[in-house]
Write a new protein. Structure first.
Length: 134
């Protein structure tokens, strides 16, 4: 039972929103610019995949309390975001590839963004995005 309990605890940090045990909600939005060849933007929590999103889409995930470390995958520009998750909270995170920045690298900053968004700004973006299943 200790092994089963340990596995259940390890898997309980992030799960799809349908699970009623979720105490907080994480929305991950892909607001990437247009590119010649479209590709998904992936986000992980300490190397464990959370979402792989096409442009103009988002996903809603349930979170357990803690401090997940979100990273882009691949971890090219060292984009990392640590969020402090408490029961009842909603967190909005945007991942976005900005092709116009890649031409001006390093002067314009990294072309891949991973950052928190205020709820009002996220709600505006989400109106024009497709909700994906986790």
């Amino acid at each position: 039972w200790n092994l089963v309990r340990g596995l259940m605890l390890a898997m309980a940090f992030v799960w799809p929103v349908g699970a009623q045990q979720a105490s907080a909600t994480l929305f991950i939005l892909n607001d990437s610019g247009r590119t010649f060849i479209a590709s998904n933007q992936a986000v992980t929590d300490n190397g464990r995949p959370l979402a792989s999103l096409p442009r103009a889409s988002y996903v809603e995930l349930g979170l357990a309390p803690g401090r997940p470390v979100l990273r882009t995958d691949p971890f090219l520009w060292k984009q990392e975001l640590v969020i402090d998750v408490k029961p009842g909270q909603r967190h909005y995170v945007v991942v976005a590839y900005r092709p116009e920045r890649s031409w001006a690298l390093p002067f314009a900053g990294t072309p891949l963004l991973l950052k928190p968004l205020p709820e009002a700004e996220a709600q505006v973006l989400m109106r024009d995005m497709q909700l994906l299943s986790p």
